[in-house]
Design a protein around this ligand. Structure first.
Ligand code: NAD
Length: 487
């Protein structure tokens, strides 16, 4: 670490945030946060246990009534001040994120901006929570509806977008008047701790936001799900963990929002604009080093374009410099850890055993100290292999050809996931047909990036429940109460 990197890490409050106080774990245990580009430790943070999780929930429970009574404008103003501070400190926070997560610093900068935008969006939504008033159809009464915060929420976030996946939940929770316990991924706790410090400075009252860092997520979170004080679970992560948490949420009949895994098809039709399609594929595949739930996982290309598309994509990916994300010009950082790299390598090896051909890459980088895997393009990928069924979460682009739109739609929908699908076509008729036929919560039409705070982000099938962002995002944290009036 150089001096600036050390300063940025030192600046982060390293404690559990419970009831407005930064504190060590009750057991005093700590764990090390690692720099995945060097495979060396950055610093240590508290390793919470069940007792700490319950203390955080107690703080959230106590703060709930007072927080729900704070005027919406004041809640929005806190988010607005935090938004401004995130933008003011964008460079420093980007460096911090790159150090713990690995993505190139320009991408981290982008994520800090994206994360901040959720606070700006929800600062504006806080004052638009409204109710309803209706005359009963028979004229015999009035129907009055009002909105209330759901109550204390448990927010669990993944490592791949360590700040934006937090603000996408914290923003609407604050705006709606919910208190919360946040549990970030153990690989990337620092961005969340820095964010919590910023919210505290922005005036968020003690106990509204509590943060517990831990390497034992089940031990800390599952007692909370059994506790009557919790009313809401919002989770972003893998489908396997999401399914388990949904089952645990049945005990207290919790409101749940689930942003789970994806297996996005990326379809290039016979009439696609090839320049747009290649650029879209670079974005959809390489954003976040391929470690995104929205990453293009299966590239279906019309047979007439496949050779040219594959060649051009390989050329573009070959030109992306691989290395430590803090270095100038680097566009491909390391994967998050050794297990992630092993999984990507296994999937590629499995596909090659089934007959796939590496047009680019295909072997882990072994002359760098971190967990690097190079951009890889595979052709002749076996249709039933693991590579097309599982989330790759790495910079590997498998290309499969198709002959007709019917075939492309059937291939694209042949998955339990349904987060996002990308389609490239210049035909309006084709675009409509794909948009209506693809089983996904989101469609990228001639566009390799769908994420924006103003749109409802979320999936169907095993990709989840509920929507984050847009007008719907705050709904996940609001209850509706109806009053029947005699008139
Ligand atoms: P993960 O499911 O392993 O972990 C996600 C979070 O859940 C982490 O904070 C982890 O500590 C916690 N967790 C794990 N087991 C738990 C348990 N038993 N109880 C409570 N918490 C538990 O996923 P990951 O590897 O961190 O993230 C990658 C996954 O997230 C991918 O599948 C990706 O598609 C998905 N993801 C989805 C979205 C979306 O919006 N749909 C966005 C980003 C990532």
């Amino acid at each position: 670490m150089d001096k600036r990197e050390r300063l940025v890490v030192e600046h982060v409050p390293k404690g559990l945030l419970i009831g407005g106080r930064w504190q060590p774990a009750a057991s005093a245990a700590e764990f090390e946060v690692e720099d995945p580009s060097l495979a060396t430790p950055l610093c240590a943070v508290p390793d919470a246990g069940a007792e700490d999780g319950l203390a955080a929930l107690a703080a959230a429970g106590e703060a709930q009534p007072g927080w729900a009574a704070v005027p919406p404008r004041e809640r929005g103003d806190i988010l607005r001040r935090a938004y401004e501070e995130l933008i003011r400190r964008q460079d420093e926070l980007a460096l911090l994120m790159t150090l713990e997560m690995g993505k190139p610093v320009a991408e981290s900068r982008g994520e800090v901006g994206y994360a901040a935008e959720f606070f700006r969006w929800f600062s504006e939504e806080a004052v638009r929570i409204d109710g309803g008033w209706q005359t009963a159809p028979d004229g015999g009464g009035r129907i009055w509806t009002m909105r209330e915060p759901v109550g204390p929420a448990l927010l669990i976030t993944p490592w791949n977008f360590p700040m934006a996946m937090g603000t996408r939940k914290i923003g609407p929770a604050v705006a709606a008047g919910c208190t919360m316990v946040v549990k970030p991924a153990h690989q990337t706790p620092l961005s969340m701790l820095a964010l919590a410090g910023i919210l505290q400075e922005a005036g968020l009252p003690d106990g509204v936001l509590n943060v517990v860092t831990t390497t034992r997520p089940a031990e800390v979170c599952e007692p909370l799900l059994r506790d009557g004080r919790i009313r809401k679970l919002s989770f972003t992560g893998s489908t396997a963990v999401g399914r388990r948490l949904l089952a645990r949420s049945a005990d207290q009949v919790l409101r749940t929002s689930m942003e789970l895994g994806g297996n996005a098809p990326f379809i290039v039709c016979a009439d696609a604009d090839l320049d747009k399609a290649v650029s879209g594929a670079v974005t959809a595949k390489m954003r976040n080093i391929g470690e995104a739930c929205t990453a293009a996982n299966r590239l279906y290309v019309h047979a007439s374009l496949a050779e040219e598309f594959t060649g051009r994509l390989a050329e573009r990916l070959a030109a992306l410099p691989v290395g430590r994300g803090t270095e100038p010009g680097i566009q491909v950082g390391p994967l998050i850890d050794a297990a992630a790299r092993r999984k990507v390598a296994d999937l590629v090896d499995d596909a090659r055993r089934g007959g796939a051909r590496a047009v680019l890459g295909g072997e882990p980088v072994d002359d760098l100290p971190g967990y690097f895997y190079p951009p890889t393009v595979l052709a002749d990928v076996p249709p039933d292999g693991r590579l097309l069924r599982e989330e790759i979460f790495g910079p590997v682009a498998p290309v499969v050809t198709f002959e007709s739109d019917d075939e492309a739609i059937a291939l694209a929908n042949n998955t339990v996931h349904g987060l996002v699908s990308y389609v490239f076509t210049e035909s309006l008729r084709g675009a409509l047909r794909y948009a209506e036929s693809l089983e996904a919560g989101m469609i990228g039409l001639n566009k390799g990036l769908v994420s924006t705070p103003a749109a409802p982000f979320g999936g169907i099938k095993h990709s989840g429940l509920g929507r984050e962002g847009g007008r719907l995002g705050i709904e996940e944290f609001l209850e509706t109460k109806y009053v029947a009036l005699d008139a």
